[in-house]
Design a protein around this ligand. Structure first.
Ligand SMILES: [Zn+2]
Length: 334
């Protein structure tokens, strides 16, 4: 039995059930919120998050991993409140989300200092609460591995080595940064089976994707609905082809949905990406994958069992209890 930490307490990995691996209850530019709080409406944000989570709860979702960390406006009490209101388990993260620079506080201190703070979030609690982080997060975008970004990746690796919680990244396939992340994490001694290279589905370059998978990590096909980097049809074609090649045990399907995001004017995301909701994968993508030969067993891997394997770091022999995904019940596979 392996216990991991949700925002409402410990959870057995066998009880994760249907899981969305990458969704945000709320994303804020944290310095703007701190200086201009009048721009924000906490209650409205709460209602939006509860609405999205309740929608996927009705579709059978039992667990959501929310990788909102420092520089994305992480507020652990907000996430906890959404979880308590909806009854859906939410696993929170620690780490730093930065494409280029980190604050001087960290620039002038070493990697282990940063790693210790991540360990504290995992073992003691986040933001002076006793709510613990269940996984680690770092980011590398088009700017590549800047000195500050490298510091975060190494600190995440060291916190993982101390605590055993898995690592999720934000990568930018267009510039191949998933490979850079893997090389640094592995150099720090991380087992690739504990790494999830997020946003790998933002490309349909199969050569790149296979190169990432060959490391033995998981990949996030986790931005369904965001059509800027890659169209939905292309995302589907890639997932179908990878499933045929036998890689359903490496993929996660999710949306990277942000119930609220202050990066853009309020109405912009909905206008640009009308399908970008927390329920898009379950309502439209999984039926489409089924129609194209992806089996129920493969869907169960992507939506249920892979999360367990990523958290446990176990060999892929265990299967979770029966769950229903879009009206079809999945039995235990061997
Ligand atoms: Zn995200």
């Amino acid at each position: 039995m392996t216990l991991i930490q949700s925002v409402t307490g410990p959870v057995e990995t066998s009880k994760l059930g249907l899981t969305l691996i990458h969704e945000h209850m709320r994303v804020r530019s944290e310095s703007v919120f701190l200086q201009f709080p009048h721009l924000y409406d906490e209650e409205k944000e709460f209602v939006k998050a509860v609405q999205q989570v309740n929608n996927v709860k009705k579709l059978g979702v039992n667990t959501i991993c929310d990788p909102t960390v420092m520089e994305l406006g992480r507020d652990i009490r907000f996430i906890e409140r959404v979880s308590r209101e909806t009854g859906v388990q939410i696993i929170a993260a620690t780490g730093i989300y930065s494409y280029h620079y980190i604050p001087p506080h960290f620039q002038n201190r070493d990697i282990d200092y940063m790693a210790e703070l991540f360990v504290r979030d995992i073992e003691v609690g986040i933001q002076n609460t006793s709510i613990k982080a269940g996984f680690l997060k770092c980011a590398t975008d088009a700017q590549g591995v800047t000195p500050d970004v490298e510091k975060v990746i190494r600190a995440v690796a060291r916190a993982h080595k101390k605590t055993g919680v898995p690592i999720m990244t934000h990568s930018h396939p267009g510039t191949g940064t998933g490979i850079n992340q893997l090389d640094i994490l592995i150099e720090e001694g991380v087992d690739p089976s504990r790494i999830l290279i997020g946003h790998t589905g933002d490309t349909d370059n199969m050569e790149y994707i296979l190169q990432v998978i060959e490391y033995g990590c998981f990949i996030g096909m986790d931005r369904y609905g965001l059509t800027g980097e890659c169209a939905t049809e292309n995302r589907n074609t890639t997932v179908i082809e990878l499933a045929k090649k036998g890689y359903a045990d490496r993929m996660f399907l999710s949306q990277d949905h942000c119930c609220t995001i202050d990066w853009y004017p309020e109405e912009a995301p909905g206008l640009m990406y009308p399908k970008w909701t927390m329920s898009f994968v379950l309502e439209e993508i999984i039926p489409e994958l089924r129609n194209n030969g992806v089996t129920e067993e493969q869907i169960k891997l992507m939506m249920v069992d892979n999360a367990r394997h990523w958290f446990e770091g176990s060999n892929q022999t265990k299967s979770s209890a029966n769950v229903e995904i879009g009206g079809v019940e999945f039995g235990n596979s061997k």
